[in-house]
Design a protein around this ligand. Structure first.
Ligand code: KG4
Ligand code: ZN
Length: 343
C-alpha cells in the first residue's frame, strides 16, 4: 500500500509517500521545508511563526509528493508537539481523508522516531527497547510486542537536545546547538572538565539535565578564558555517558532483542559509537552463550537523514497501525500536544 505521511509538530513541514508491504517500507518521495533559518534569529522555535509557516507550505509539499495520485492511507503526526504546528498537519490530513474517502491514521510523533529505524529493510525484533533523544523529549520505551509501548523512563526537566541547545546559546552558537557543539567537541578533550553525570546513580531509568546545564553556566562564569573545544567535548561526553549509562541499566533489566537509538540527538556520532560499543560488550559467551542480559541484541539507528523530524517516519509508524486496520475517523481526529507514548 502507498501511505502519505505528514509531519508538522515542530519546525519542519514534511510530506512523504512510502510504498509499504511485508517486505519493507520504502520512500518513493519525500520533501521537507525546514524553518530553522527563520527561528535561528530568535534562538529557538517561535510557535506562532511555526504555525504560519506550516500553513504556507503543507499543501504545496503534499501536492508535489503525490504528483496527482491518491494514496491508500494518510498518516499524520497528531501529537505530541506544538499545537500551532500540529493542527496544520491534522487539518490537512482530515480534509484529504474526507474528500478522497481514504483511511486516516493518527500517529504519535515519538512512535514515528522509533519506527524511523525501519525505513527500508531494517526490522525491529521484539521485545525491543528504545531510547528517544530529541529537542523536546528524552525517553526510554519498552516494547514487549509489536504495537505495545511502555514508558519506563523520561526526563524530569530538560530534554538532552534542549540541554545541548541551551548550552550552545550560552556559547553564542546558532540554533539548533547540538550539531554545533558536536563539531567543536571533535577537536577537544573529553576529560578536560569534570561535568556531572546527573542521576546516573539513581535506581531508575529517569533523566535530569537541568543541573548539567547549570554547571555548564557556572563553569563559563568562573572561567572566562576557557577552551571552547575542551568545554564542548567534556559537556558532550557528560550527556553521552548519562544516556548510555541509563540505557544499559534498562537493557540489563529487560533483555531486549533489539535496541533502538532515535530522535534528533541520535545523529550525534559520539552517542552512536558509545552506545554501539556498550551494547556489543553485553555479549559475554563465558557467562551465558545464549542470552546474558540482552547478549547479541542488535542496535538499530535511523539513517542520518531520518534522525531529525520527517514525514517518512510518520508514514512508517502509520503502517504499523494500518496492518491492523487501526484507522481513525476524520470526524474524530484532534491534535493532542501532550500525547505521551506509553504512559
Ligand atoms: O527530533 P528532532 O529533530 O526534533 C524534536 O522533535 O525535538 O531533534 C532536534 C534536536 C535539537 O535539540 C538538536 O540540537 C539535536 O536534536 N541534534 C543534535 C545533533 N543533531 C541534532 N544534538 C547533538 N548532536 C547532534 N549531532
Ligand atoms: Zn522529533
Amino acid at each position: 500500500m502507498k501511505i502519505l505521511g505528514i509531519e508538522s509538530s515542530c519546525d519542519d513541514t514534511s510530506a512523504a509517500l512510502l510504498q509499504c508491504s511485508k517486505s519493507g517500507c520504502f520512500v518513493l518521495r519525500e520533501l521537507t521545508a525546514s524553518q530553522i533559518d527563520v527561528h535561528k534569529k530568535y534562538g529557538g522555535v517561535v510557535p506562532e511563526i511555526a504555525g504560519r509557516m506550516h500553513a504556507e507550505k503543507i499543501i504545496p509539499l503534499i501536492e508535489e509528493v503525490l504528483k496527482g495520485k491518491k494514496p491508500d492511507a494518510i498518516a499524520v503526526a497528531s501529537g505530541p508537539g506544538l499545537i500551532t504546528g500540529l493542527i496544520v498537519g491534522v487539518e490537512a490530513a482530515r480534509t484529504l481523508s474526507a474528500a478522497w474517502k481514504v483511511p486516516l491514521i493518527s500517529v504519535n510523533h515519538m512512535a514515528g522516531h522509533i519506527h524511523s529505524v525501519e525505513i527500508g529493510k531494517q526490522k525491529i525484533e521484539y521485545p525491543a527497547l528504545a531510547i528517544i533523544v530529541s529537542g523536546g523529549h528524552t525517553e526510554i520505551i519498552k516494547m514487549t510486542v509489536e504495537g505495545k509501548y511502555i514508558m519506563i523512563g523520561a526526563t524530569l526537566d530538560d530534554a538532552a537536545g534542549e540541554c545541548f541547545d541551551k548550552v550552545a546559546k550560552l556559547l553564542k552558537l546558532p540554533y539548533p546547538g547540538g550539531p554545533q557543539i558536536s563539531k567543536l567537541a571533535s577537536k577537544g578533550n573529553n576529560n578536560a572538565i569534570k561535568f556531572p553525570r546527573p542521576m546516573l546513580g539513581s535506581d531508575d531509568c529517569n533523566f535530569s539535565f537541568a543541573g548539567l546545564k547549570t554547571s555548564a553556566l557556572y563553569y563559563l562564569r568562573d572561567n572566562p578564558k576557557f577552551n571552547k573545544a575542551d568545554f564542548c567535548a567534556s559537556f558532550e561526553q557528560a550527556i553521552v555517558d548519562t544516556l548510555v549509562g541509563k540505557m544499559m541499566r534498562a537493557l540489563k533489566q529487560f533483555k531486549p532483542k533489539t535496541v533502538i537509538l532515535c530522535g534528533g540527538v541520535s545523529a550525534n556520532k559520539k552517542l552512536r559509537v558509545t552506545l554501539r560499543n556498550a551494547v556489543a560488550q553485553t555479549v559475554n559467551p563465558k557467562v551465558d552463550a545464549a542470552r546474558h542480559y540482552g547478549a547479541g541484541c542488535e542496535l538499530l539507528t535511523p539513517e542520518l537523514k531520518y534522525c531529525m523530524d520527517n514525514a517518512a517516519m510518520v508514514a512508517r509508524a502509520g503502517f504499523e497501525l494500518a496492518k491492523n486496520k487501526k484507522y481513525t475517523d476524520w470526524k474524530k481526529l484532534q491534535a493532542d500536544p501532550n500525547w505521551e507514548l506509553g504512559r
